[in-house]
Design a protein around this ligand. Structure first.
Ligand SMILES: C[S@@+](CC[C@H](N)C(=O)[O-])C[C@H]1O[C@@H](n2cnc3c(N)ncnc32)[C@H](O)[C@@H]1O
Length: 263
């Protein structure tokens, strides 16, 4: 990692990456369409709150889940499919909201065969701004999921994002988080010329990625009115036997609950 400091991304270029962030993600989806990310079938194993049998809220109402930075829907559609299979979608299943910065990604979500406004609403928005409040009522959500999304956002804006989620969640509502962990293989492999700031890098295609440290993530959420239910590194391997790839990966996974007001 010492090597990476030999040549940093120049300031004017780093500023331009921020200005062009939406364009870079939109071009990413123009190039990759729906082929890049795999369906995230591990989510119900890692986060029990997403299981359909857990989905009836205490008041008996349909629960609501907001997937931030949904891409082409690799998290929401497997969950919705399971609900439909179990015929739980109308009463006990989640109602899904999904947003992405990239208009193309949202188009792909809306074009999915499972897309039906009875079960899901997808919309374009920059989650670092106030736009989301035009789409979702305050204090209405049970669960927010952020899966490899905050890493795509500049660290100066992390607090704005977490505060937006705080406003949208019901008291006691949860944020389920998974993202790149500090010293993940993908971080170590950046060559000089890619580092923008501490733990923040530019990829070849102009998208950025941040690598999270446990304490820092806990601090981010606790300072915005959440309590930490869990927060730890998970170690996985990326395996591709055909290409002879077997590399260790480090992710940071957390569960944060919106504090209920203290009177
Ligand atoms: C690495 S992808 C992950 C996509 C998806 N969550 C998944 O796991 O398949 C990051 C996503 O975050 C979106 N994104 C980046 N900045 C955003 C922002 N400011 N507001 C909303 N979405 C954003 C990108 O367009 C992209 O779809």
């Amino acid at each position: 990692m010492e090597e990476q400091n030999k040549r940093l991304v120049p300031e004017f270029k780093a500023n331009k990456l921020e200005i062009d962030a939406q364009r870079h993600w939109d071009l990413f989806y123009k190039r990759n369409e729906t082929r890049f990310f795999k369906d995230r079938h591990w989510t119900t194993r890692e986060f029990q709150e997403l299981l359909s049998e857990q989905q009836c809220s205490r008041s008996g109402q349909r629960r609501t889940l907001f997937e931030v930075g949904c891409g082409v829907g690799n998290l929401v559609f497997p969950l919705l499919e399971e609900q439909i299979k179990e015929q739980k979608s109308d009463e006990h299943g989640f109602y899904f909201y999904a947003c992405d910065f990239s208009p193309r990604a949202v188009d792909f979500v809306q074009a999915n065969a499972l897309y039906d406004s009875k079960h899901i609403t997808a919309f374009q928005c920059d989650i670092t701004t106030q736009q989301v409040h035009q789409h979702i009522t305050g204090e209405s959500l049970d669960v927010c999921t952020m899966i490899f999304v905050l890493s795509a956002i500049h660290p100066d804006k992390f607090t704005d994002v977490v505060q937006n989620l705080w406003k949208l969640l019901k008291p006691g509502g949860l944020v389920l988080f998974r993202d790149y962990g500090l010293y993940d293989m993908a971080q170590l492999r950046f060559k000089p010329g890619h580092k923008i700031a501490e733990n923040l890098y530019m990829r070849q295609d102009g998208t950025r990625s941040y690598y999270f440290e446990e304490q820092q993530l806990a601090q981010l959420f606790t300072s915005s009115g959440f309590e930490v239910l869990s927060n730890s590194y998970v170690h996985r391997r990326t395996l591709n036997l055909k290409e002879g790839i077997d590399v260790p990966r480090i992710f940071l996974q957390g569960k944060f609950r919106k504090r209920t007001a203290v009177h």
